[in-house]
Write a protein that binds this ligand. Structure first.
Ligand code: ADP
Ligand code: MG
Length: 252
């Protein structure tokens, strides 16, 4: 579904990603680990097509189409969605308005979607303005639920979220990736199982999200290079025992 070939990305002429190769098939969920500043967010933004990231070499293919240079809204229309690590607050844009935009022409029941993530009271507030860490992540999830992307990028969905909210965010991330456990009225369960083939690329720092979602494999991004390919829980276990410094051994 997503193929990244020899991707080099710079910010203000500083190389950040230095030749990334990654393939994520239909229905696959891949976990990305990496120390602060290794380029994880840069990779997700570059796939989504936002920010001042310059692709200096390589390309990104989505379902066979070269999307390297197309605008973010076209990528969203092709079915790519993203939950940001630190989304901006926007004065004058109500959460409700943004969720409606995310849904596009699809009819949605905003109130019942919002109820699933305890966001009913936030619909008529400016997006993210004064929201707590957990509220911001729930708002990101709500937008994704409205958009229904078939490829989801999650940038540290658990960061800044307290324990109770992690369970909710984790359950909703699982639902976005694996399909709704209950039919939402528009599609039968049978249809859901056969139409939803959502894939994902999930960045985690703490690994908490691994308790909620079924991931196929994990990688470590270290100093702009991808290394390691293993069961994500094994990678996490190693990182907790030996730290990221050990990754250098695989890269040299
Ligand atoms: P991670 O998500 O892995 O913590 P990032 O992708 O956010 O890392 O950042 C990678 C590197 O790029 C960092 O050194 C960061 O300071 C730098 N960087 C990110 N955004 C910008 C920017 N807009 N201008 C200059 N440097 C940036
Ligand atoms: Mg980041």
């Amino acid at each position: 579904m997503l193929t990244i070939e020899n991707l080099h990305v710079s910010i203000n002429d500083t190389p950040i990603l230095k030749g990334i190769n990654l393939h994520i098939g239909e229905g696959e969920t891949v976990i990305l680990f990496g120390p602060n500043g290794s380029g994880k967010t840069t990779l997700l933004y570059t796939v989504m097509g936002i920010g001042n990231y310059e692709v200096t070499e390589g390309k990104i293919l989505f379902n066979g189409d070269d999307i390297t240079r197309i605008p973010a809204y076209e990528r969203a229309r092709k079915g790519i969605g993203m939950s940001m690590q630190r989304p901006p607050s926007i004065h004058g844009l109500k959460t409700r308005g943004l969720v409606e935009l995310c849904a596009g022409k699809e009819p949605i029941d905003i109130e019942s979607l919002a109820r699933k993530v305890n966001m009913e009271k936030f619909l008529d507030r400016d997006i993210n303005l004064g929201f707590s860490g957990g509220e911001i992540k729930r708002s990101e999830i709500l937008q994704l639920m409205a958009q229904r992307p078939n490829f989801v990028l999650f940038d540290e969905p658990e960061s800044g979220v307290d324990v109770e909210n992690i369970a909710l965010v984790g359950a909703m991330a699982k639902e976005l990736l694996e399909g709704s456990p209950e039919p939402n009225g528009k599609h039968s369960m049978h249809e859901l199982m056969h139409t939803r083939r959502t894939s994902g690329l999930v960045i985690t720092h703490t690994g908490y999200i691994l308790d909620y979602i079924a991931a196929d494999r994990g990688h470590v991004l270290y100093n702009g290079h991808l290394c390691c390919e293993d069961n994500p829980k094994r990678i996490l276990d190693h990182l907790q025992k030996y730290g990221y410094q050990e990754c250098i051994r695989c890269l040299t």
